[in-house]
Design a protein around this ligand. Sequence first.
Ligand code: SAM
Ligand code: SF4
Length: 322
Amino acid sequence: MLEDKFGRRFHYLRLSITDVCNFRCSYCLPDGYQCDTPRDFLSLGEITTVVRAFAELGTSKIRITGGEPSLRKDLPQIIERCASTPGIKQVAITTNGYKLPQMINSWVDAGLTNLNVSIDSLDPRQFHAITGHDKLQTILQGVEQALALGLKVKINSVLLKPYSKELLSTALAWLKDKPLALRLIELMETGDNHDFFNANHLSGQPIKEQLLAQGWQQSQRDIAAGPAQEFSHPDYQGRLGLIMPYSKDFCASCNRLRVSATGNLHLCLFAEQGLPLRPLLADGDVAALKEKLAALLGKKEASHWLHDGFTGATKQLAMLGG
Ligand code: SAM
Ligand code: SF4
């Protein structure tokens, strides 16, 4: 089992398979994806080696992310490789959802167990203003299909000052009779979004207080769960979660590691640098990779330095997948 010097155990790998994205979310890629670097992303074989090594070290959950992971044509094969690796119990994907209606059946057939879809507003005009795309209805249709297929579905919504009030009221109405988990995520500062962050960041704490006052109850965290504080309410089928990376002790429950689309291990979303694994991936040497991972984990720090404005090497989250 991968365990760091602070006693944290790592059951959960976030694996980015591409940096490329077709959306222009205002907090992430406001000018769209810039094609100025070579695209030499991990191959299916390299991904298989990474997943095997992590699984043998106790990882039970893989989240495939990006950029936009559905832009990779071999995504169903990648899901299948993850799902068929001994020890992996959950295969999740985080997507902007624009391909959901066409692709969801093939992802489920390949072994997908969990789906996260990013929807920052349920108002089509606001959605367009945030993402640069007029795709809300298509994405919502894909969410319905995923629910009908029995997938566990979460919706990620970034809290942005101008839209948060309306987001909370429309989201609560939506959750009344939908078995979804909606995650409200505090906007994080990255290398590229300093001014946007200062103008739009909102703390989740007042929302937490509002939920508790309205009869929502905080639930216990599962071992392989993500970083959200979760809430449920007897009158609602859906659940709400708050991800508050600026809250005290956020990093104490960290249970995840990240591998970038070019094969670098990131011990934290906001670490100073990625640690290259690729030289060990070419010949599929799982044993050597396991040894390297265990050694590199010794460098993991207790916490990020976001409160002090240090965003590490992460210019935007499309680089690593959030
Ligand atoms: N393209 C996919 C998507 O949007 O779901 C996957 C990659 S995206 C980087 C993963 C998640 O990170 C999304 O839910 C997105 O909203 C979130 N995200 C991106 N930049 C962020 C930021 N600066 N602060 C908080 N969340 C952010
Ligand atoms: Fe693309 Fe996801 Fe970033 Fe939006 S948040 S620009 S969909 S990578």
